[in-house]
Design a protein around this ligand. Structure first.
Ligand code: NAD
Length: 173
């Protein structure tokens, strides 16, 4: 392989100078991704409904030498989502990457699933994730930056991908 096209994996994964906002950072994928991003030089805003848990993740990010902040919010409350993204930008001064890990699944049998449970899952996993993306994209585009969105909720990305592509095209027109 010629030197000109030889891949540099450290450069490929280098996130220094970037700021990521990770929802659901208090546990599971969100915590693991926050710590992995910190290892690649990224500053991380950790957001979760569980304040104690997210403070723990944020402290671990800081221990890796990166700037971090912990924010408590409920994905199911639209006013919380808007406030959380504003607080994230205020805390670390910028926003480049959003990782959507917040939420969860309910395992009740469909035939007896209470309507309140269905509504809560949709409000948190679908509406909440969409509002996070919308707010983060708006923040980035106002600063003329690309908005990088990453999803852990498998059925969601194709729907949002189309929605955000269409929005981007309308904004460019
Ligand atoms: N684990 C898997 O195999 C798998 C596979 C595909 C998709 N997913 C999805 O990826 C996401 C993360 O999975 P995980 O295994 O890391 O889950 P997890 O339960 O370990 O972590 C989810 C985090 O989201 C937080 N959270 C829950 N409700 C919230 C709310 N209303 N507002 C803010 N934060 C909230 C929780 O406090 C928790 O810290 C989940 O939505 C899950 O459905 C998981």
């Amino acid at each position: 392989m010629s030197a000109a096209i030889e891949p540099s994996f450290s450069k490929l994964f280098d996130l220094s100078g970037r700021v990521a906002l990770v929802t659901g950072a208090g546990a599971g994928f969100g915590e693991a991704i926050s710590l992995a991003f910190a290892e690649y030089g990224c500053d991380v805003v950790c957001a979760d409904i569980n304040l104690e848990a997210v403070k723990g993740t944020s402290a671990k990010v800081a221990a890796k030498g990166q700037r971090s902040a912990a924010i408590q919010f409920d994905l199911g409350k639209p006013e919380d989502v808007e406030g959380m993204v504003d607080a994230a930008v205020k805390a670390l001064g910028s926003l480049d990457i959003l990782v959507n890990c917040g939420g969860g699944l309910q395992h009740d049998p469909s035939e007896s699933l209470p309507l309140e449970t269905w509504n809560r899952v949709i409000d948190v996993n679908l509406r909440g994730t969409f509002l996070c993306c919308q707010s983060q994209a708006d923040t980035c585009w106002r600063r003329e930056k690309a908005a990088l969105l990453i999803f852990l909720l498998s059925p969601v990305p194709p729907v949002f991908h189309v929605a955000f592509l269409l929005t981007a095209q309308v904004r460019e027109a």
